[in-house]
Design a protein around this ligand. Structure first.
Ligand SMILES: [Zn+2]
Length: 106
């Protein structure tokens, strides 16, 4: 497939969908003493993410988040998307309790 055709194919996805795809190329680890480190697989960019105590949402230190997130606290850059998946996997492996979910939902 030509790069021009690929570019046209990519435009069929929303910006959020394209970010979700890019999140697959971000590796995540725990930061010290808290928060998370998001790193591009190429290893060129490293960002720190933390959970805002006010919004209960992840905040990223990348330019994309700072620029687009300032007017939209629900904005999710590719690092936020990657960290959310990391946290979800950790939660399922360590914290998830179906009994608590049943109690919460009933
Ligand atoms: Zn980011």
């Amino acid at each position: 497939m030509s790069s021009k055709k690929q570019a046209i194919e990519m435009r069929k996805f929303t910006a959020a969908e394209q970010r979700a795809a890019k999140a697959e190329r971000v590796s995540v680890s725990e930061a010290e003493p808290y928060g998370w480190v998001a790193e591009s697989k190429a290893g060129k960019e490293t960002y720190i993410l933390y959970s805002s105590p006010f919004t209960k949402r992840l905040v990223c230190t990348c330019a994309d988040y700072i620029y687009r997130g300032k007017d939209d606290p629900a904005y999710e850059c590719k690092h936020v998307t990657a960290v959310l998946k990391f946290i979800a996997r950790w939660y399922l492996a360590n914290e998830y309790d179906p009994i608590r979910q049943v109690c919460k939902n009933s």
